[in-house]
Design a protein around this ligand. Structure first.
Ligand code: NAD
Ligand code: UDP
Length: 311
């Protein structure tokens, strides 16, 4: 049995990751509950192999009574609404938080995986995005606390690797959705489903023709665990579903699947909102033999069922 730390383990992705890991490992979930909830992990609390440490990774964390084998560093608000709420804390979570977790990895001689993001590509000028593309990020814009924070976290990972030989893995996650997304996090999938279920008009930003490529959470978790346990690879590696949709197509799908009769209303496009995004996943396919299996319609159905229960 390995002892594995999951920072951000009470969040959307983190809680699904804890579920996948707990079957064969001891899991220590580290979370400050900024966007995550106890509800996401309450089913794990009785498991003797699960431990929760309520902690903000901006501050150093010392776990001295056991040897840590692996660290998944996911702690960071992920939706634009949440990461812009306190931009300075967001950049600190990425820079100071990642430094703290790298310090833990160094001390325990543990392998560490960083949850990076497609946002490192900014508003991309290359499409689809390959890992070698260096991105088009506005360093002083409203998304920069997240985009530049994540870029710096990647830099820290590679500097600890070069300078201290820390065993690192970097994944760049593209828009992922599924049960346990926070209903108020403002992301497009949760917003549209919540609006449809409440009978409110859908809020499409801009002309709704911007694109995203949506990956279902179970596919993503498989990719994350596979990357962590692959030998001889650092990444960065893209993980996402390459099937690309416009925001309007997503809205229409949600309306159809919820059987709702609401309309689509248009709102101003937020500043620096990327016009298009689609992962090139050839590297993940080649190195990890990974590709997503769940198409949007199936994933949306499961997510709609979840929101029907919790709303
Ligand atoms: P989420 O907001 O549900 O989860 C983030 C978790 O981190 C929450 O439980 C939150 O309370 C915790 N957290 C935030 N700041 C913290 C801090 N300073 N100390 C301790 N805990 C803290 O978001 P998510 O979608 O599950 O994202 C998880 C990770 O994956 C994030 O790092 C995010 O940047 C990355 N990511 C997610 C997506 C996606 O589409 N879901 C895409 C790209 C990258
Ligand atoms: N979006 C939208 N309506 C909403 C929420 C988001 O049209 O109610 C758009 C947003 O402008 C962006 C896309 O959906 O173009 C994805 O937004 P999200 O916040 O989910 O993620 P990100 O922009 O980080 O990819």
């Amino acid at each position: 049995m390995k002892t594995i730390v999951v920072t951000g383990g009470a969040g959307f992705l983190g809680s699904h990751l804890c579920d996948a890991l707990i079957e064969k490992n001891r899991v220590i979930c580290v979370d400050n509950f900024f966007t995550g909830t106890k509800k996401n992990i309450e089913h794990l609390m009785k498991n003797p192999n699960f431990r929760l440490i309520e902690h903000d990774i901006i501050n150093p964390l010392f776990i001295d009574n056991e040897k840590i084998d692996q660290i998944y560093n996911l702690a960071c608000p992920a939706s634009p609404v949440h990461y812009q709420y306190n931009a300075i804390r967001t950049i600190k979570a990425n820079v100071l938080g990642t430094t703290n977790m790298l310090g833990m990895a160094l001390k325990h001689n543990a392998r560490i995986l960083q949850a990076s993001t497609s946002e490192v590509y900014g508003d991309p000028l290359e499409h689809p995005q390959t890992e070698s593309y260096r991105g088009n990020v506005n360093p002083i814009g409203i998304r920069a606390c997240y985009d530049e924070g994540k870029r710096c976290a990647e830099t820290l990972m590679f500097d600890y690797h070069r300078q201290h030989d820390v065993d690192i893995r970097v994944i760049r996650i593209f828009n992922t959705y599924g049960p346990r997304m926070a209903s108020n996090d403002g992301r497009v999938v949760s917003n549209f489903i919540v609006q449809a279920l409440k009978g409110e008009d859908i809020t499409a930003y801009g002309d709704g023709r911007q694109t995203r490529s949506f990956c279902y959470v179970s596919d993503l978790v498989e990719g994350i665990v596979s990357m962590m346990n692959k030998e001889g690879i650092t990444g960065p590696i893209n993980l996402g579903n390459p099937h690309e949709f416009t925001v309007l197509e997503l809205a229409e799908k949600v309306i159809e699947l919820t059987g709702s009769s609401i309309k689509i209303g248009f709102r101003e496009l937020p500043k620096d909102d990327p016009i298009m995004r689609k992962p090139d996943i050839r590297l993940a396919n080649e190195k990890l033999n990974w590709r997503p299996n769940i198409e949007l319609e199936q994933g949306l159905k499961d997510t709609i069922d979840y929101f029907k229960e919790v709303l």
